[in-house]
Design a protein around this ligand. Structure first.
Ligand code: HEC
Ligand code: HEC
Length: 257
């Protein structure tokens, strides 16, 4: 039986559109495959071990990772670039003491001692470092300034650039600074309100910001010996001009009378 003409036309249309859709689907599938392998770095056995510790110890009872988990404490997706490995390590070694220092004032949220072994801590660090390298398109919000992949918010040059940088980089988590522009009360590092009086050179301050580990105990503020590892390196987070502005701000920092 011969089919009417418009049925043949409809069939040709159906086959044509199907072929085009299948080709588009295949191209997108292959392209996504490449994009995914670029998005995450290599997974080692230690990274897997760290992920098991993360689940076995129920860190997600309080924390989120990639936005998943509980909202009691910080998101840990980019915690290595936000705080530095040394700081994360010391939180895991002695959670109650170090987390109490994150808060000023009377009421403090503390992380309980999770009784982690040194191996478990090493594995967790490997897991967090891996997580840190995963391209999350800027998750969690605010962390993009640390990955260097997305442009940092513009700084208002009319205001004091040094003070703006200190706010943006959250130095107040660890440092007390009382000045015209700043009112920070961190307790983990030395008080910087009168940093001028320490007479540090530009080179010395640059070293402190880019590589705190390289400062010998003999040059550290008394009482902070051995704590160099707590301060993260700002190498990847500061442009050359920002670094200069920050150094000159620190050099002249003096509490107003
Ligand atoms: C009972 C709740 C609880 C559990 C379980 C818990 N934490 Fe925490 N954690 C906290 C609190 C509270 C803080 C400090 C405040 C904050 O970061 O929000 C904290 C802070 C941290 C920090 C520092 C965050 C920062 O902002 O500097 C890290 C890293 C961390 N925890 C890792 C872990 C890991 C890894 C586990 C699992 C082994 C874990 N935590 C389990 C409550 C918890
Ligand atoms: C996670 C905690 C932490 C953060 C965040 C942090 N620091 Fe520090 N900082 C420390 C500790 C601990 C020391 C003392 C040990 C040392 O000198 O390295 C220190 C020391 C310093 C010193 C040396 C003071 C002196 O003359 O001896 C300067 C300057 C300084 N920090 C500036 C900054 C600035 C600027 C930022 C933000 C861009 C910052 N820190 C962020 C913990 C931190």
């Amino acid at each position: 039986m011969e089919l009417p003409k418009h049925v043949n036309k409809a069939r040709a249309l159906f086959i044509g559109i199907s072929v085009v859709s299948i080709v588009v689907f295949l191209i997108l599938t292959i392209q996504t495959g490449y994009a995914i392998s670029e998005r995450h770095p290599k997974i080692t056995q230690q990274v897997v071990a760290g992920k098991y510790v993360f689940h076995a110890k129920n860190c997600m009872d309080c924390h989120t990772i990639l936005g998943d988990g509980a909202y009691y404490a910080a998101d840990l997706t980019k915690i290595i670039s936000q705080r530095g490995e040394g700081f994360v390590r010391s939180v895991l070694k002695n959670p109650p003491e170090v987390t109490a220092q994150l808060w000023s004032g009377e009421y403090k949220r503390r992380m309980p001692d999770m009784h982690l072994t040194n191996k478990e801590i090493d594995d967790l660090i490997a897991f967090f470092k891996w997580m840190d390298k995963v391209n999350t398109n800027g998750w969690p919000p605010g962390s993009e300034i640390y990955t260097g992949e997305v442009k940092a918010p513009k700084i208002n040059k009319a205001k004091n650039e040094g003070a703006e940088l200190i706010k943006k980089l959250n130095c107040g988590l660890c440092h007390t600074i009382k000045s015209d522009e700043l009112n920070l009360s961190g307790k983990i590092g030395p008080d910087l309100s009168n940093q001028k009086l320490r007479n540090r050179s530009d080179e010395w301050l640059t070293k402190q910001l880019l590589n705190p580990h390289s400062i010998p105990d003999s040059e550290v503020v008394k009482g902070y010996e051995g704590k160099q590892k707590l301060m993260p390196s700002y190498k990847k987070r500061l442009s050359e001009n920002e670094l200069k502005a920050l150094v000159s701000y620190l050099k002249n920092l003096k509490e107003d009378k």
